[in-house]
Design a protein around this ligand. Structure first.
Ligand code: SAM
Length: 492
């Protein structure tokens, strides 16, 4: 993009940054924009350069030409040529949105996307090739992305390019793909404004990267399960029936992983008569990858359909009821009784017998959850080790794990002892007496076998009996990262 650096400089000079705009329009302005209402922000934004840029690119307003020239010195003609601005008779207006964006690592920049439909109750129906701005789904994927440094990273269905901004600090090489050429054009602007280098390629699913392998693939694909329609919205739905697009994203993505590589998919899936855990595990097992599949939420078909009818701008339209009924009939024909929403994480470990963990985890997680997902793969492998290896290890309790004792204050002993992680998934486990003794003594000094013998002695039970009880609990604690192998070498 011509003049990207000059535009970024002008935006910075005017303090058109996440912090700058937040300070100017305040909480009412920000939450108003989150509700698609520009009035709270317009009331406080002012008329200086920052006020002009906010009106232009975040509020969808037409600004006087002189104000635009003052905020963007010498840039208006080239931004018109680049398709970012238009010059109607009454001033200057935006043709796309440029919004400040900041990550939880302190990075700050901008994301270019299509204008938000439905601002202030205006027309709500997006065009079929609409390019979404940063959505709650975008943020979810960014937060679950593993933060490990990688060689090559792919963002499938890059849209505005927001995931590439998140990947840039920890990937040597970036590739973004999209079926929608308009998305790639706007992603190119996002990348140029932020000085991020990535290859952008057009095409369906993995076809633009058919012969390549990646260390990390992240995707927020068009996962909405909807009946076929000529008005298909590319950002949210494909042409394949049911959740077949998501299945292909997962199965074909696994094929594109380098050894040790990770695939992370934010998705919706159909809940049918077949147990959902078996259905999704059935997608993943043949890939040979280890997997952590997490259902975060489940919606009944009515709630699901209503959300997406509204997203398409059909609330209050004459066809609302007919479209609703058509969608219900589609679900009924496919045997879809509900829709699951969550995360599919795969890792090509190269080890025989993949470990596939499928679970419903609707509980609060501590964000970003990416580090916990990364750690979960090694934890799952440790938990599978043979008894001799597990008992020969020295264990420690990670610093983020707390012990809670529950019961009446006057009771001699607690009713329950719970181990709880204060990060990541916030995993918790209720401990029996022997396991509580084992955990409290696990300071990396003695091996699990030595501790088991000492606890058996203390409780006056045969060691073999105690070990048989302890081992499955040890595996569960290790799988959840509530205890981890001590890093220090075993002393002779
Ligand atoms: C939900 S948006 C995600 C955008 C962005 N990655 C984010 O996280 O905000 C899905 C993107 O996938 C693209 N897409 C749709 N169908 C596709 C396909 N068959 N192959 C590749 N990309 C596709 C859409 O154009 C859209 O940009």
């Amino acid at each position: 993009m011509e003049n990207a650096q000059a535009l970024a400089d002008a935006l910075l000079t005017a303090e058109f940054t996440w912090d700058g705009v937040a300070a100017r329009i305040g909480e009412p302005g920000l939450s108003g924009l989150a509700r698609n209402s520009t009035i709270p922000a317009a009331d406080t934004v002012g008329d200086d350069a920052l006020g002009t840029l906010v009106r232009l690119w975040a509020l969808g307003a037409t600004v006087p030409r002189a104000a635009a020239d003052a905020a963007l010195p010498g840039l208006v003609p080239s931004l018109v040529r680049a398709g970012l601005l238009a010059i109607p008779d009454d001033g200057v207006r935006a043709r796309v949105e440029i919004k400040p964006y900041a990550t939880d690592t302190g990075w700050s920049g901008w994301v270019c996307s299509d204008l938000t439909p439905g601002l202030d109750g205006g027309p709500t129906r997006p065009r079929p090739d609409h390019v979404l701005g940063v959505s709650p789904a975008s943020t979810s994927l960014a937060q679950l992305t593993i933060p490990d440094h990688v060689g090559a990273a792919l963002d499938l269905g890059t849209g505005s390019g927001v995931q590439l901004l998140h990947l840039a600090p920890h990937a040597n090489r970036l590739v973004g793909t999209d079926l929608n050429p308009r998305a790639l054009a706007l992603a190119r602007i996002t990348l140029a404004l932020n000085g991020v280098a990535a290859e952008l390629r057009e095409g369906d699913l993995y076809s633009p990267v058919a012969d390549e392998a990646f260390d990390l693939i992240v995707t927020n694909p068009p996962f909405v399960i909807s009946p076929p329609s000529p008005e298909r919205l590319t950002y949210r739905e494909g042409i394949l029936p049911g959740d077949e697009l998501v299945r292909r994203v997962v199965v074909d993505g696994a094929d594109r992983l380098a050894p040790g590589g990770t695939l992370q998919v934010l998705a919706n899936w159909a809940v049918t008569a077949e147990p959902w855990e078996e259905r999704l595990a059935g997608w993943v097992r043949p890939t040979g990858c280890d997997a952590l599949i997490v259902e975060r939420e489940r919606l009944d078909v009515y709630a699901y359909i209503e959300i997406w009818l509204s997203d398409a701008g059909l609330d209050g339209s004459p066809e609302y009821r007919a479209r609703y009924r058509e969608w219900l009939d589609y679900f009924s024909a496919l045997g879809v009784t509900a829709v699951g929403m969550g995360w599919l994480n795969l890792r090509r470990t190269g080890v025989d017998e993949p470990v596939v963990r499928v679970e419903s985890w609707p509980h609060l997680v501590h964000q970003p959850v990416g580090p916990a997902i990364s750690a979960s793969f090694a934890q799952a492998r440790t938990a599978r080790e043979d008894p001799a290896t597990l008992l020969g290890r020295r264990w420690i309790v990670p610093a983020d794990v707390q012990q809670e004792t529950l019961g009446h204050p006057a009771a001699a002993d607690p009713e329950a002892i719970v181990l709880r992680s204060t990060t990541g998934f916030g995993r918790a486990s209720r401990l029996d007496t022997a396991t509580a003794a084992f955990v409290s003594a696990s300071d990396g000094d003695l091996t699990a076998g030595q501790l088991a013998a000492a606890i058996a002695d203390l409780l006056d039970v045969p060691t073999a009996e105690l070990v048989a009880d302890l081992l499955p609990r040890l595996r569960d604690l290790a799988a959840d990262g509530l205890i981890v192998p001590a890093r220090t070498p075993v002393q002779a």
